[in-house]
Write a protein that binds this ligand. Structure first.
Ligand code: PMP
Length: 442
């Protein structure tokens, strides 16, 4: 009898196994992601990790202290839900701060919405604005999640690459040498275009778009009645006295732009996942609908601490003690160290004007990497894997920031993150020097 019972339950469990396809169609083609693989490789093999974009130093003391204060205060409400579209002290200070930067009165309740990092702000934008078949223009190289997010919303990404121009003889290339071709850009706009994604300063190149370039984009947006999703998470990280220009401040752009920011990048606290959107109510009202019906709410204590961080920065605005002045000063020095290290070994750096990323040309190192050509995997990806496994140095291939059709056109660069302690950058330098010595036998 027990045997009969066992075989019955076996056949039931076989029947219970699902045979229908479970994956929603919207996930087709986006289920593979190189970050999973590269983060794992870095964790397994790297002694120096300049791969993923996060600082290996602490956020400033005033921010950590604000978090601890918020956590330990008697106010039990700081442990509970707060206002769904943003903790009131945070949206108020963001409205004041961005109002000052943009030179317009902002209403904290309707012109600002807090999100779970800039990631969720992007997700809300695509879900709120993109319909089945709508086209969204993405400038390459791009922060890689834009493409799957557009696709998940049912949209069609349309890619336009920044075109590199060779620098003058003897000079290193700058991220400013990567430019849009105005004719090519204009050719991507059509009546199907719903939005363009702008990321200035740009991850991975560190390009800071000039006023002239932003005006070109703005004119096309106005001409074709297109929205602009402006990812400005690196807004404070600009070097060499360059200025970050907000496209929303250009003529005709406020009404059609959503500005996206991140406390993770602004205050070196990527794990807190506090982000925000700023824009006109007629756009933000739709972001609120997505937010309300998906994530609903972000961690209250982290929002309270970020609010206090902004309060401090508003008081110190433009002063040398401001973190928004100190952080880029420190990072510029780190950038310069990494530029020197790379240049000294012949891994030609492209000097970034902003962000904490630097892209370098690996052409001279090709002969070192035993290569098995694989059409499915671009060369830089194979190189980055070899480098982390054999040299212990982690970086990200530039091809990861291009669409499938363009990946092999830009396959001899890798991206380093230089938001790292001096000791980390020194350790990277030691690896590169040793590598060069092995190469040249000197
Ligand atoms: N946009 C860009 C360009 C980024 O580089 C990142 C983080 N790497 C994000 C958005 C996401 O920011 P957050 O960590 O605040 O979600």
């Amino acid at each position: 009898l027990p045997l009969v019972k066992a075989s019955k339950s076996l056949s039931l469990s076989l029947q219970a196994k699902m045979s229908r396809p479970v994956q929603a169609r919207r996930l087709e083609g986006i289920d593979k992601n190189i970050w999973v693989e590269f983060v794992k490789l870095a964790a397994t093999y790297s002694t120096v990790n300049l791969g993923q974009g996060f600082p290996d130093f602490s956020p400033p003391d005033f921010l950590k202290e604000a978090f601890v204060r918020a956590l330990s205060r008697e106010n039990y409400m700081l442990h509970q839900y707060t206002r769904a579209f943003g903790h009131p002290p945070l949206v108020k200070i963001l409205a004041q701060f961005f109002g000052k930067l943009l030179g317009r009165d902002l209403d904290p309740m309707t012109n600002v919405m807090v999100t779970v990092g800039a990631y969720q702000a992007l997700f809300c934008c695509f879900q709120a604005f993109v319909d089945e078949g709508d086209e969204v223009i993405i400038i390459e190289p791009f922060f890689d999640c834009y493409e799957p997010m557009v696709k998940m919303a049912g949209g069609m990404p349309v890619f336009v690459p920044l075109r590199p121009k060779a620098p003058e003889d003897g000079k290193l290339m700058s991220s400013a040498d990567w430019r849009l071709d105005p004719v090519e850009l204009a050719s991507k706009f059509s009546e199907r275009t719903k939005a363009i994604v702008l990321n200035s300063p740009n991850n991975p190149l560190g390009k800071v778009f000039s006023r002239e370039e932003l005006e070109l984009i703005a004119d096309l947006c106005v001409k074709h009645d297109v929205l602009c999703i402006s990812d400005e998470v690196y807004e404070w990280l600009v070097y060499d006295r360059k200025k970050h220009i907000r496209i929303a401040s250009l003529q005709g752009m406020w009404d059609r732009t959503v500005i996206i920011g991140s406390a993770g990048k602004t205050f070196s606290a990527t794990g807190w996942k506090v982000g925000w959107t700023v824009g006109p109510n007629q756009l933000l009202q739709h972001l609120r609908t997505v937010h309300q019906n998906s994530v609903y709410h972000c961690a209250t204590v982290a929002q309270e601490a970020v609010a206090q961080g902004f309060q401090r920065e508003l008081e110190l605005y433009g002063k040398p003690e401001s973190y928004f002045i100190q952080l880029p000063n420190e990072l510029q020095q780190k950038r310069d160290w990494l530029v020197q290290s790379l240049d000294a070994v012949g891994m030609k750096p492209i000097i970034p004007e902003g962000t904490y990323f630097l892209v370098a040309d690996i052409s001279k190192f090709k002969s070192d990497v035993p290569d098995v050509p694989d059409l499915d995997e671009p060369y830089d990806s194979r190189f980055a894997k070899w480098m982390v496994k054999n040299k212990g140095l982690a970086a990200i291939p530039l091809s990861a920031f291009y669409c499938g059709a363009h990946k092999n056109n830009y396959d001899h660069f890798i991206r380093f993150c230089f938001a790292k302690e001096e000791a980390t950058l020194k350790a990277a330098n030691d690896i590169l020097q040793k590598w060069k010595q092995e190469k040249t036998g000197l």
